[in-house]
Design a protein around this ligand. Structure first.
Ligand SMILES: Cc1cc2nc3c(=O)[nH]c(=O)nc-3n(C[C@H](O)[C@H](O)[C@H](O)COP(=O)(O)OP(=O)(O)OC[C@H]3O[C@@H](n4cnc5c(N)ncnc54)[C@H](O)[C@@H]3O)c2cc1C
Length: 368
């Protein structure tokens, strides 16, 4: 075995797929079910608007892959480039959007500014009180429930070994490499890629690389099905804005607008019912018709957030053969295919075309 990937969420399964595509012998080890961590809970937004700009090369790389996944994975993961509409309700948010729009051009992202008349004409029923909006036509969404298994199954077809429902895992290192012991046996390889999501901190800390990661759960919900009329993903500018999208079956999936919930020691992110009402107050600004619609279900998912809200990606600063890709701070879904491809490139060639310096774990090395 050339490499072990620890953690079978979107990052681990995509990394396994792209490593197998490069001809490496890979074993993906997941303590529970593939794709059932933060990945399955995701809203499914594939947006570049509002991202940290030095992350744009990775986001562009990922977007290019999203449009090829149907062919690469032989599976329709429901990627639709429907566009991403972000409504603006005050002049402060308008200034924020224009600043981002100006700076993003240097990073290869063009977004359009829409007037209220444009919004009414192109997206009737959305944001009647909005004073403007941004629109990014190439962005969109995909189905989070499919992603982990789509990548893992495709990796398996290329020869990757999948060990899922492995139970608690123990990682050790010796001069011959890394050893992962779990309910299904012991597996060894000279390379270990830590894709353990919210659990990534514990693995890194074992190798002297603790990071300021805390675990929280964004709160999501879904309505009863309605006639399908809303095509783009819809959000709002401003801190912690609410967002929604209508899936082709008609249900409206929503999130944002309220603080993320804390996650207990059992690792589960639980919904706080008291947050539904303030969340809906934000959402009706995007879509007033939501006032008359039944909410079918709410959920959350445990996601790792670094103190600087950037993920950890790249080679370990302490241990040869160890790599990290974890802590995607609530915005990793869009990045997933690009993360897998970039990590595979880095592991296989020792370098990556996409700059990873801002995400290096060594940025925390001098922490007291
Ligand atoms: C509710 C919610 C909504 C979101 N919405 C969006 C969105 O719209 N757009 C966007 O871009 N991003 C979004 N995100 C973020 C995105 O979903 C995540 O960043 C991404 O899925 C993280 O993938 P991952 O593989 O790193 O983590 P996970 O999917 O959590 O996978 C990590 C896996 O590692 C396993 N694991 C942990 N420790 C070990 C161990 N020691 N041994 C073996 N296995 C281990 C876990 O069981 C888990 O399956 C959202 C996240 C949440 C929670």
């Amino acid at each position: 075995m050339d490499a072990i990937v620890l953690g079978g969420g979107l990052m681990g399964s995509a990394t396994s797929f792209f490593l197998a595509r490069r001809g490496l012998r890979v074993r993906l080890i997941e303590r529970a079910a593939i794709g059932a961590g933060a990945t399955v809970a995701s809203f499914g937004n594939i947006r570049r608007t509002g991202r940290y700009l030095p992350q744009m090369p990775l986001a562009h790389r990922s977007l290019a892959l999203w449009s090829q996944l149907h062919r690469l994975l032989d599976c329709d993961v429901e990627f639709r480039a429907t566009g991403h509409l972000r409504l603006i309700f005050d002049t402060e948010a308008l200034a924020q959007m224009r600043q981002f729009q100006f700076e993003a051009q240097n990073w290869g992202l063009e977004i359009d500014e829409l007037t209220p008349a444009d919004i009414r004409r192109r997206f009737p029923g959305l944001g009647p009180d909005a004073i403007a909006a941004s629109f990014s036509p190439m962005d969109g969404s995909a189905n989070p429930r499919l992603m982990g298994t789509a990548f893992a199954t495709a990796a398996q077809r290329l020869g990757a070994e999948i060990t899922d429902r492995a139970g608690p895992t123990t990682v050790t290192a010796s001069p011959s490499g890394f050893h992962v012991t779990c309910d299904k046996g012991q597996f060894s390889a000279p390379i270990l890629i830590n894709c353990a999501g919210a659990g990534g901190r514990a693995i890194a800390a074992q190798f002297g690389e603790d990071v300021p990661l805390s675990v929280h759960g964004p709160q999501m919900g879904v309505t009863e099905p309605l006639p399908h009329r809303i095509v783009p993903v819809v959000g709002m500018w401003g801190a912690d804005g609410a967002y929604l999208r209508q899936v082709e079956r008609g249900n409206i999936v929503f999130g944002g607008g309220v603080k993320r919930t804390d996650v207990g020691p059992d690792g589960f992110a639980r919904v706080d019912p008291a947050r539904l009402e303030p969340q809906l107050r934000q959402l009706v600004r995007l879509l007033p018709q939501l006032r008359n619609v039944a909410i079918l279900r709410q959920w959350s998912g445990a996601e790792g957030y670094l103190a600087d809200t950037l993920p950890v990606m790249g080679a370990s600063g302490t241990t040869a053969g160890l790599f990290h890709a974890f802590g995607f701070c609530g915005h990793g879904f869009q990045l997933g295919p690009g993360v897998g491809d970039t990590m595979a490139e880095l592991v296989a060639t020792g370098r990556s075309e996409t700059p990873l310096a801002p995400f290096s774990i060594t940025r925390f090395a001098s922490r007291p």
